[in-house]
Design a protein around this ligand. Structure first.
Ligand SMILES: NC(=O)c1ccc[n+]([C@@H]2O[C@H](COP(=O)([O-])OP(=O)(O)OC[C@H]3O[C@@H](n4cnc5c(N)ncnc54)[C@H](O)[C@@H]3O)[C@@H](O)[C@H]2O)c1
Ligand SMILES: [Zn+2]
Length: 382
């Protein structure tokens, strides 16, 4: 654990606030993402204002519940808000319909009605699962997302995707359910393990790589402070990543097109994750995927030469992996692309960048690109 007895500086008391405006197909919504060191302990009043409810179901996994569960219940009680803590065992393998059903039954037994709300406190697994409980409980109750991993802060807590994994694959059953409020306390990262923390950084670099070169450069420069978990540096990072994600999701909530730009690095990452039986952390696979997809882009002339090297150097300095698992059998990876292809309607498509900070594509030609199989084999295994 880092900086267990930290004192919060004045600049850290300033909250950063990003508003997410989603113009959906059926309805529009707007919600705030509030970022500040120490916000955990004062979240009651913000929740009461943005998400008034008769009772709150605080949902966490076992690890996060142990660290922050009681603190969250007390923060709500401080504002005279009644809540009950529900927990499930930590781990991706618990993001299932069975746990969704256990949690939903738990809420029913505890008498939660339509006037309740869910407060999801944890990483992406909690956010997706608790979000899906909220999306379906009595045909939908509001959810407040309180992410506690870097990945969840910069990525999964914003955008409204919720759901569970099935034996046929990840995230195959779910729903779009935008939160009413997202509260981010970067000091919660003090207790996060180093590998989980570093893996989350990959998604922040991705945001810079697709849309904001200056952010990409700043992240690289600020790495020492970020890795020392300096709250102000982390708040800046989270705020910029959330702004980028909000901008993208605001334009395309349901991933009809533009939202796919967030998949840079992810086609290779998903194939590698499938083949390695999910033994890699998602962010680690994304780091490798970004380098290789930049190389693919260079090979088909869409990406400026040198971008793959630039990405590789920066990701190495963040201690992220940049090469495929040496054990990977090329044909297995190609097969994983085939599976992805079926899901995507016939083609393996890649989100590519033309340069650091500029995604390749347009509304006219689309935001993903095909790469011939021989180029794919040559770049990945050549
Ligand atoms: N909804 C989306 O848009 C979206 C986007 C990206 C990823 N995801 C999903 O997110 C999930 C991965 O999320 P994740 O990487 O946060 O994993 P996770 O939720 O499993 O958290 C990783 C581990 O860290 C622990 N943890 C969480 N916060 C902690 C803290 N502050 N201190 C100590 N330990 C802590 C957890 O208990 C868990 O053991 C995947 O299921 C993925 O599909 C969803
Ligand atoms: Zn991702």
């Amino acid at each position: 654990m880092l900086n267990a007895n930290r004192t919060i500086g004045q600049e850290e008391l300033e909250a950063r606030r990003v508003t997410v405006n989603v113009t959906g197909t059926e309805r529009s919504s707007a919600y705030d993402v509030v970022i500040r060191g120490g916000i955990f302990d004062e979240c009651g009043s913000l929740i009461a204002e943005a998400c008034p409810a008769h009772r709150y179901a605080v949902i966490s996994d076992s690890r996060v519940a142990e660290l922050y569960g009681e603190r969250m219940v007390s923060a709500l009680a401080g504002e005279k808000l009644e809540s009950v803590l529900f927990e499930f065992p930590a781990g991706e393998w618990n993001k299932t319909r069975e746990i969704w059903s256990d949690l939903s039954d738990g809420l029913l037994r505890a008498g939660f009605g339509r006037d309740s709300a869910v407060v999801a406190v944890g990483g992406g697994v909690v956010g997706d699962l608790a979000g899906f409980v909220a999306a379906t409980y009595m045909r939908g109750v509001p959810v407040v997302q309180i992410p506690t991993t870097l990945l969840a802060m910069v990525d999964s807590s914003v955008g409204g995707k919720t759901g569970v994994d099935t034996s046929s694959g990840k995230n195959l059953v779910g729903s779009f359910h935008q939160p009413s409020l997202v509260l981010i306390d970067p000091t919660a990262l003090d207790t996060l393990s180093e590998p989980q923390f570093i893996a989350g950084l990959a998604e922040a670099f991705k945001h810079g790589a697709i849309l904001d070169e200056a952010y990409f450069v700043r992240l690289a420069e600020d790495l020492p402070g970020i890795c020392a978990r300096d709250v102000d540096k982390l708040s800046q990072l989270v705020a910029r990543s959330v702004e980028i994600k909000a901008e993208v999701v605001g334009r395309d909530e349901r991933e009809a097109g533009y939202r796919r730009i967030l998949n840079f690095g992810h086609t290779v990452a998903h194939a590698q994750e499938t083949v390695s039986g999910y033994s890699w952390l998602h962010g680690e696979a994304v780091a490798v995927g970004m380098v290789l997809e930049a190389a693919l882009g260079e090979a088909i002339g869409l990406t400026r030469p040198g971008v793959a090297d630039r990405l590789r150097d920066v990701l190495i300095s963040a201690r992220l992996p940049v090469k495929l698992d040496a054990e990977i059998v090329p044909d297995h990876l190609m097969k994983a692309f085939e599976l992805d292809k079926k899901r995507e309607g016939g083609h393996t498509r890649f989100t590519l960048v033309s340069d650091i900070g500029t995604v390749a594509g347009s509304a006219e030609v689309g935001w993903t690109h095909e790469v011939p199989e021989e180029t794919l084999r040559a770049v990945l295994f050549g």
